[in-house]
Design a protein around this ligand. Structure first.
Ligand SMILES: *Cc1c(COP(=O)(O)O)cnc(C)c1O
Length: 229
């Protein structure tokens, strides 16, 4: 078995274990294969192994790859989006996981309207309140969701977060739990243009803990493709 195929097998078995531990079905957990810096031919191999969701951090990098990859795949933007890149982003991606301001939402709504598309988004939460990371404060999430709900060409599908780095990943549980709490809170509001079903958290280092605490979408780069250069 090739390394890539083996990595995916190992990943799936760990997902299975974590899902069962939290009393859920492994089928509920979606894998986004993070393809930043990965060459198209390698991405294609992952797709041939059954990967269906691909995540890119940059619009321009995705633009070069999207047409080269064959198969039934969807691309998610997982990196910060600048307003001047919204137009190509709305065109290329099936989901923008990094919505972090009302101004950005305004621009996405405008471009999606022009393209007659409803753009699916996740609200990015800066769960560790880190200077170096994008996203809104968890305390502001409910109010933010309310403000975004008025845009008719945007559909909020859930939340996304990048956890802070911790040597001991057990220390991340409170962060992930808080994400799950606010996720449920917004879901309960049953807002217009909001269909809370995706909780995107967990990367190569911390996905098992994230799943145990409620994640149903994980974003894995290194764990599939190996270390980035
Ligand atoms: C790079 C990246 C990932 C994947 O990170 P790994 O540790 O390689 O799994 C996930 N999410 C975001 C937003 C990223 O930028």
């Amino acid at each position: 078995m090739e390394t890539l195929e083996k990595n995916i097998e190992v990943l799936k078995s760990k997902i299975c274990e974590a899902a069962i531990k939290s009393g859920r079905s492994p089928d509920e957990i979606h894998i986004v294969a993070v393809t930043k810096t990965v060459l198209p031919e390698i991405i294609q191999k992952a797709v041939n192994c059954g990967v269906t969701l691909l995540g890119e951090n940059r619009v321009q990098e995705a633009a070069k790859k999207v047409n080269l990859i064959k198969g039934d795949v969807k691309w998610h933007l997982i990196g910060h989006l600048q307003k001047n890149k919204v137009k190509p982003a709305v065109k290329l991606f099936s989901m923008i996981q990094s919505l972090d301001s009302v101004e950005l939402a305004e621009e996405i709504d405008k471009r999606a309207c022009e393209m007659q598309k409803i753009m699916e988004v996740l609200i990015q939460i800066n769960i560790g309140r880190e200077e170096s990371k994008f996203g809104i404060d968890v305390e502001d999430a409910v109010e933010f969701a309310n403000r975004i709900a008025r845009f008719s060409h945007i559909k909020i599908r859930g939340l996304m977060a990048i956890a802070p780095f911790k040597e001991n990943t057990e220390e991340l549980r409170p962060y992930f739990r808080k994400m799950n709490d606010v996720f449920m809170k917004i879901k309960m509001l049953s807002l217009k243009n909001v269909d809370m079903s995706i909780l995107s958290m967990g990367m190569t280092n911390d996905f098992q803990i994230a799943i145990e605490e409620g994640a149903n979408m994980i974003r894995i780069g290194t764990g599939i493709f190996g270390k980035r250069k």
